[in-house]
Design a protein around this ligand. Structure first.
Ligand code: COA
Length: 132
């Protein structure tokens, strides 16, 4: 981690939709403000702060026994490549140790997750059922 900036990590703290949406926008992801608050409420999440500024987060859904899914690992562009993403991943790994962890990644992010200890698995499947 870059020693010049002091980053504070929190767990399941109070966060507001605007701050979350703003971070999604910073990496050009679009999320529905109503849904994202609900999604965070139903997840275990880690937030990262520089002073009072929310600069990233990562969230997980786990049965805390067998399986953990990881979603929305994001660091604001100006704070990337300082070890913040990996630190959040290691915190999630530590919180849910004893379980298998799953995630999907966007293009160009495979190496980041490999650096966090993940390996490709060719027996995972997914489907998205749209609301009518
Ligand atoms: C992916 C992301 C979370 C990484 O966060 P970060 O704080 O920049 O990553 P870190 O600095 O902790 O990097 C940890 C390691 O992964 C490497 N790494 C990070 N991003 C990488 C990338 N895109 N390609 C290759 N390696 C990468 C780093 O060089 C570092 O390697 P090291 O341990 O050998 O020094 C961040 O780039 C991001 O928010 N991207 C936009 C949103 C996104 O794509 N999220 C993931 C969706 S699947």
């Amino acid at each position: 981690m870059d020693k010049k900036i002091e980053i504070r990590f929190e767990k399941n703290n109070e966060v507001n939709a605007e701050e979350l949406i703003d971070i999604f926008k910073s990496v050009e992801w679009r999320k529905n403000p109503n849904n994202i608050v609900e999604a965070f409420k139903n997840s275990y999440y880690i937030t990262a702060y520089h002073g009072e500024k929310l600069i990233g987060f990562a969230r997980a859904i786990s049965d805390n026994c067998y399986y953990t899914n990881i979603f929305d690992v994001i660091v604001r562009p100006e704070y990337q490549k300082k070890g913040i993403g990996k630190k959040k991943m290691l915190m999630l790994r530590d919180t849910f140790k004893g379980t298998y962890f799953f995630l999907t990644y966007t293009e160009g992010r495979k190496e980041f997750y490999e650096k966090c200890g993940f390996e490709e698995n060719d027996r995972a499947m997914w489907i998205h059922i749209y609301k009518s």
